[in-house]
Every structure is written in C-alpha cells, then in structure tokens.
Write a protein that binds this ligand. Structure first.
Ligand SMILES: [Zn+2]
Length: 294
C-alpha cells in the first residue's frame, strides 16, 4: 500500500513536470506559426500537402466538384485570397484569372522540362510535377527559412515517389498491346502519351470550351469500331451521357481517368493525393490498353 502511494505520488510529479514542459513548449511557439496559403486548383493543393505538410493552412480556391477550366472567381474567392500570405497557381494559360486577382501570385509552371503547345496539363508528366513541387518549396523556404529542413525532407520524399511512379509507368506501359487512348474527355493526357510512346485521341479541346461536333463524335465512333477497341476512357467532371452513348454504339466499356485538377467532393474528403490518382490512372490505362509489365 505504502509502495502504491509512493508510486502514485511519483507519477503525479511526473505528469506535472510533463504538463509544465508542454506549456513551456507551447509558449515558445511563435504566433502565426503556420503559413496561410491559397492555391488555385487541386494540383497545387496536393503538391502543397506533400511538400509543406502541416506547415501551412491551405485554402483551395476552386472548390471540389467544380470543373477547373470553367471556374470564375467569386467575391468569396477574393475574400479567401486576402487572408492568405502566398497564392500559388499553375500557369497563366490555365488560370488567366490568377494574376488579375493577385499581382504577387506565384506561378508554379516555371522552368518546366516538358511543354506541349496545346496542353496546359503540365503536371501529367512526372518530370514537370517534380519541378513544380520544387518551385513551391523554394519559394516557401525563401519566406520561411526556419521551415527549410522539414520542407527539404518532404521534397526528397516527393521526388522519390515521382521516381517510383515513373518506374511503374515505364515498366508497364511499353507492354500495352493497344497503343491508343480513346478519350471521351478533354485533351489532358498528352503528357502521358508523350512520355510513354502512346497515342492519345481526345474528343474535347484542352480547355473544354467547345462541345464536340456531331462529325467529331462520328469520327471517334468510326475509329473505335474500325480498330476493334474494347475500352474507351472518360472523366469524372463530364456529363456521363456522351461516353455512355459512344460505349453503347461501339460495344466498348468505359474506364475513368483523373486529371487531378478536377476533384470530386468524395475524393477531396478521402484526401486523395496526386500519387494516388496517378496510380489509379495507370491501373485503368493498363486494363484498357491490355498492358502487362510488373
Ligand atoms: Zn483540364
């Protein structure tokens, strides 16, 4: 009994010391410890999650469930932007509204190794994704040198993950028996085709500003039938009716691809990362193009 009391007393002292230590640590934290960062679309959002981790509070301006190309900033967007210390966006090509809202907005698509003239979905190439993440890291470190060590560690992990994804893609995609991605969606996967020697046919332009004509739809249906294609691809933010009609007419099945810029509310709630989504894309491409590999 005596022993127990003694033990309890020691434990109480320990808890008290621990709590005091915690309180002291809390006091030493600078105010506004985290950076408040606004990001245009889900692409810089997921990069920031990887590279900055819990060092930043993130505000996603294009809400989940919104088609990124059609986005127009509202008064709410402007208010959210004013509360942020940094605003990252991808490019003027993709988000012409960004610099109009904030002259100091930071463009991530600088110094990219791969740029296709008509396709602003630069991040679909892992080499570009790595440079964009590094641009983000460099900018934040300049403002907050005290975050340097953590950010560099995160960036190192992100680069390793890009290497792994590149390895997976390049070990699977060369084996595909079918070499063309027939996409009932927009011109967003050109970089995957470029990096891995595939062909890519999309029904919509890169900014989705025009509905495809009846002639374009008929040409796609003809190509699918003539080539005996069994799988066509589509994407979440599109009305599924068109892909379903084409699938019915060609007797093909539909597989989904994700552009990362458009995220559903559910994917957002699940915290899907760029890495997750690019793996899912690979899985579906491998099914649709009859690929083997690893
Ligand atoms: Zn797009």
């Amino acid at each position: 009994m005596k022993y127990c009391l003694k033990k309890t007393a020691i434990l109480s002292v320990c808890v008290a010391v621990f709590l005091t230590a915690c309180a002291k640590k809390e006091e030493q934290k600078p105010l506004n410890h985290k950076l408040n960062i606004a990001v245009s679309s889900y692409v810089p959002y997921t990069f920031a999650k990887s590279v900055l981790g819990n060092l930043a509070n993130l505000t996603l301006l294009i809400p989940p469930g919104t088609e990124a190309h059609a986005f127009e900033p509202s008064p709410k967007t402007i208010k959210e932007l004013k509360q942020s210390q940094i605003f990252f966006y991808i490019s003027n090509f993709l988000e012409p509204w960004a610099l109009k809202l904030d002259k100091k907005a930071v463009m991530l698509a600088e110094g990219l190794p791969k740029v296709l003239p008509n396709d602003p979905h630069f991040w679909m190439s892992f080499d570009n994704a790595e440079v964009m993440a590094r641009n983000m890291a460099d900018y934040v470190i300049k403002i907050r040198p005290d975050f340097e060590m953590q950010i560099k560690q995160n960036l190192f992990t992100f680069s390793k993950e890009m290497e792994n994804l590149k390895h997976l893609y390049s070990s699977i995609l060369p084996s595909c028996k079918e070499r063309t991605i027939y996409h009932v969606g927009h011109l967003a996967f050109g970089y995957i085709a470029l990096d891995y020697g595939l062909n890519f046919k999309a029904l919509f332009s890169s900014d989705m500003d025009q509905e495809p004509s009846a002639k374009e739809i008929a040409e796609l249906v003809k190509a699918i039938k003539e080539n005996g294609v069994k799988y066509i691809f589509s994407e979440e933010q599109l009305n599924p009716a068109l892909a379903e009609t084409i699938a019915k007419e060609t007797d093909a099945k539909i597989l989904m691809l994700n552009t990362v810029e458009d995220i559903t509310k559910q994917e957002f709630a699940e915290g899907k990362t760029y890495q997750n989504l690019m793996l899912e894309n690979l899985k579906n491409i491998a099914i649709g193009l009859y690929c083997e590999g690893e």
